[in-house]
Design a protein around this ligand. Sequence first.
Ligand SMILES: Cc1cc2nc3c(=O)[nH]c(=O)nc-3n(C[C@H](O)[C@H](O)[C@H](O)COP(=O)(O)O)c2cc1C
Length: 319
Amino acid sequence: MIKTGDSSSRNTELDLSARIAGVTFKNPIVMASGTFGFGKEYAKFYDVNELGGISGKGLTLQPKAGNQGTRVYETASGMLNSVGLENPGVAAFLDKECAYWETLDTVRIVNLGGNTFEDYVAGAELIQKDADTRGRKAVDMIELNISCPNVKEGGIAFGIRTCDARELVRAVRQATSLPLSVKLSPNAEDIADMALMCQEEGADAVSLINTISGMKIDVRRRRSVFNNLYAGLSGPAIKPIALRMVHQVAQRVEIPVIGMGGISSATDIIEFIMAGAAVIQVGTYNFMNMRAGQDLLRDLRQFMLEENIASLDEIRGII
Ligand SMILES: Cc1cc2nc3c(=O)[nH]c(=O)nc-3n(C[C@H](O)[C@H](O)[C@H](O)COP(=O)(O)O)c2cc1C
C-alpha cells in the first residue's frame, strides 16, 4: 500500500526497479545510444544518477569520423539521422570516458558497433579486458548493436537475417562474461525470430528498436538530403511500430526486453512496460527536452500514484 502524506514520502514507497542479468536498474528510464553522448553533457542540466541507466554513443574498434553532409533532418513527428557512428573508438573510450563512468551511480551500458565480424569481437574483448582490470567499476553491460553494415559482405547489416547474426552473437557471447543485450533492427526480416536466436546464443537481454530506414528528398536540388541516400527514422513517428515489435518479442522470449522507439511521455513508458519491457530507453526526446530523464521520472511517479500502482511489476507484460 502507498502511504498518504507529502509527495516526497509517497514517492519513496514506489518500486520502479528492474533487474537484468543481476544488474539492478533503480528505475526503467535508460538513455538511448547516440542521443546522450556519454552522459557528461547532460549532467549540466540534471543529476544523471537519477536515471535507471545510460547507453553510451555507439563505439567501434577504430575511431570513426562519421558521415559527410547532412546528418539530421526533422520529419513529421520524428527525425532522420545519418550520423555514421562518429565515435572515438573503444580504446579511447576506455582510456578517457571511463574515469567519468566510474563516478556514476547508474547502470552504464557500452553500445558496441562494428563494420566486420572481427571488429565486433575484438571490441568486446577489449571491453572485457578493461572490466577485468578495473573490477567492473565502469561498465555494467554491453549492448551489441547488430544494425551496422557488414562491409566485407557488401554493406548488408548483420541485423537483417537471423542466420547472419547468429555467429556474431555467439562469438561476442564467448568474448565477454559481462551482461549482454543485443540491439535489434526493425528492418530485420523477422524481429521475434532474431530475438529468439539471441536467447539461444546466450544473450541476457534484447534491446529494440533501432531506427527504421527512411528517406528525404530535396526536390529543388533533385537529390536525397543524405549522402548515403537513406537515413534512420526515430521519434514519436515510430512509436506504434516499436511498441508492436516489443510486444511480439516479449511474447516470444524469456530474456528481458529493453524497449524503445519514440518514447516522450510517462504514459509512453507505461505502454512499453505493459507490452512487456523490463526497462525502456529514451532517444530522440533528449533533443527536444534536455531534462527529459528528470521530467519523465517525475511524471512516471505521478502516474503511478494516480493509478495506484505501487510496483511496475504489477503492470509489466499485462497485455
Ligand atoms: C542521432 C542518433 C544517433 C544514434 N546512434 C546510435 C548508436 O550509435 N547506436 C545505436 O545502437 N543506436 C543509435 N541510435 C538509435 C537510438 O538509440 C534508438 O534506438 C532509436 O533512435 C529509437 O528511439 P527514439 O525514437 O527514442 O529515438 C541513434 C539515434 C539517433 C537519433
